[in-house]
Design a protein around this ligand. Structure first.
Ligand code: ADP
Ligand code: MG
Length: 221
């Protein structure tokens, strides 16, 4: 099986000299398409740094990040889809318009984009709010719309950075269900970064990160 993403001896340092912050030390690991990985660690441990590197939105200062099955995703939503902690919907667009937006921006025909957006909203249980504006949605619903927006592009790898950070427990469960269903639907790999115990209880694979050092289920990789 071709790996979706591989990190090998990856380090990321921000700044130089006395200001330097080592956010990630020598991290090694592989993500395959069936993987369901929780990236767990406290605030400041390096989770977001690793998610950005895996998304191809940042480059390591040491080691390599490669995507053997994907080429160079670098922000391509058809290869890697990312859900962030901050609610990220365009406030003047309805839920379905938000979900269709990346497709429309990538020249998918409007009727096709609309159909793909509706299917994605349906899969996350939100077909009923397709015409509502983000203001009219709860935090959990907004995050599920963000999951649908990722799903509509059928990415091969889905990353989520603290997707349940700003919502209550029940809503968090709904967002995790939506991420899981989305990954299953398109046979994508899934990595969810979180410090929420709900997330790591739920996932079969766990990458723990502590002060920028990654280990798998407690064992250094
Ligand atoms: P987490 O997502 O687990 O909270 P981060 O990856 O955001 O952790 O941060 C890891 C460390 O790197 C922290 O000490 C943080 O302050 C530092 N850091 C992250 N991004 C930057 C940046 N752009 N410039 C300087 N330091 C940064
Ligand atoms: Mg973070």
């Amino acid at each position: 099986m071709n790996a979706l993403a591989m990190i090998d001896g990856v380090g990321r340092t921000f700044g130089t000299g006395r200001q330097a912050v080592v956010a990630l030390h020598d991290a090694t690991g592989t993500i395959n398409s069936e993987d369901r990985i929780a990236l767990v660690g406290r605030s400041g441990s390096g989770k977001s740094t690793l998610i950005w590197l895996l998304a191809g939105l940042d480059s390591p200062t040491r080691g390599t990040v490669t995507w053997p099955a994907l080429g160079h995703p670098r922000g391509d939503p058809f290869l890697v889809g990312t859900v962030f902690q901050a609610l990220s919907l365009v406030p003047t667009l309805t839920a379905i318009e938000n979900v269709a937006l990346p497709l429309v921006l990538h020249d998918v025909r409007r009727d096709e984009a609309h159909d793909a957006a509706m299917s994605a909203l349906d899969l996350v249980g939100l077909a009923g709010v397709a015409r509502q504006l983000p203001d009219e949605l709860s935090g959990g619903q907004s995050q599920r719309v963000a999951v649908a927006r990722v799903l509509a592009c059928h990415p091969r790898l889905i990353l989520a950075d603290e997707p349940t950070g700003r919502i209550d427990h029940d809503a968090a469960r709904g967002v995790l269900d939506a991420l899981w269903a989305a990954a299953d639907e398109v046979s994508a790999g899934l990595v969810v970064a979180s410090h929420d115990p709900l997330v790591y209880e739920r996932f079969p694979q766990r990458w723990r990160i502590r002060d920028g050092r990654v280990s798998v289920d407690g064992a250094p990789q």
